[in-house]
Write a protein that binds this ligand. Structure first.
Ligand code: ATP
Ligand code: MG
Length: 301
């Protein structure tokens, strides 16, 4: 992994016109760095995601997971390097090309980002806004074909019977299913999910993650998903990409990941305890051998 001092020196110029590797990758990060007010949130991030792969981003709070996801659909512009989506350079996209890019990318958020007073059906319909002209008020103002399609998406996520219900009366698990259905209305090829189950109980989390996985497999979606639940991540994704202070420090197929590789993701340098471990509120449990007293002391976050 690059040291802090070697960062950014190898970044490809932002004027590059071709992706750095051959076809087949849905998303490519090439030397991506992001500086916010003098602080590097991402440092020299480079990896490719093949179409159809399900990638989990792991890392402690502030490690850069959300920032990385936000670069994929152009919500952030990198300070160094490039992001390519299906071979198209994302850096600096604006207006119509940016809207076109975003129409291919569904985004699911921790806090759902739904409109509470609207029905579940209407929230799902807003996912089709790139396909229609002008604002709509009320599900009935959308073309019938779209209403039927939105109902189908609600059926896919098991919520057809809640179509007419106000969204702010649904449970957390149901809300995230509505958000998934809305994302699917975009006909995305890529799904970004930023801690999609962090505000759900373990059972709802499991159901929602299973649903995302099933839909991704059926529709051939590429998924990039940040998670804090380490055990869930290890049982769910194809590949784990671990970030630490903005750097990729782990990139491996899920079946090969060991706990020894994951724990350092949550290791933060502290002046008086350089080896102390801090973990977020995860479901991670320790298999044998049992943790050392030093390790337990470090789990105080
Ligand atoms: N718009 C911004 N302006 C300034 N700093 C930012 C901005 N967005 C993110 N950062 C900083 O970038 C770093 C990475 O933040 P980011 O939100 O990507 O972390 P994260 O891994 O998603 O954390 P969490 O697990 O808590 O969601 C943090 O230090 C954060 O304060
Ligand atoms: Mg985040």
């Amino acid at each position: 992994m690059p040291s802090v001092t070697s960062l950014h020196s190898g970044a490809t110029p932002a004027t590059a016109t071709r992706p750095p590797v051959a076809d087949g990758a849905a998303v490519q990060f090439a030397g991506v760095g992001k500086n916010f007010s003098g602080n590097w949130a991402l440092k020299q991030v480079s990896f490719d995601v093949p179409q159809g792969q399900v990638v989990v981003l792991l890392g402690s709070s502030g490690s850069g997971k959300s920032t990385l996801l936000r670069h994929v659909d152009g919500f952030e512009n990198p300070t160094t390097g490039q992001i390519w989506v299906h071979g198209q350079l994302v850096n600096g996209l604006k207006n119509t090309p940016l809207r076109k890019l975003r129409s291919q990318i569904g985004f699911i958020f921790q806090r759902f980002e739904l409109v509470g007073p609207l029905s579940a059906l209407e929230n799902v319909l807003t996912g089709a806004s790139a396909r229609i002209r002008g604002p709509r008020l009320g599900a009935w103002t959308y073309p019938k074909a779209l209403r039927n399609e939105a109902m189908e998406q609600l059926e896919r996520v098991g919520l057809a019977q809640f179509a007419a219900q106000r969204t702010d009366t649904l449970s957390g698990g149901q809300l995230q299913r509505v958000a998934i259905a809305r994302a699917l209305m975009q006909h995305p090829s890529i799904l970004l999910a930023d801690e999609p189950v962090s505000s759900l109980d373990p059972e709802s989390s499991h159901e929602v993650m299973t649903l995302i996985r099933e839909i991704a497999a059926r529709d051939g979606l590429t998924v990039l998903c940040s998670l804090h639940q380490v055990e869930l991540a290890l049982s769910w994704g194809d590949r784990i990409v671990g970030l630490r202070q903005g750097e990729v420090v782990l990139d491996t197929p899920t079946e090969l990941v060991t706990k020894d590789q994951v724990l350092p993701l949550y290791q933060r340098p502290a002046p008086d305890a350089p080896d102390a471990l801090t973990l977020p509120n995860t479901e991670f449990t320790f298999a044998s051998p049992p943790p050392t007293p030093e390790l337990v002391l470090g789990l105080s976050l």
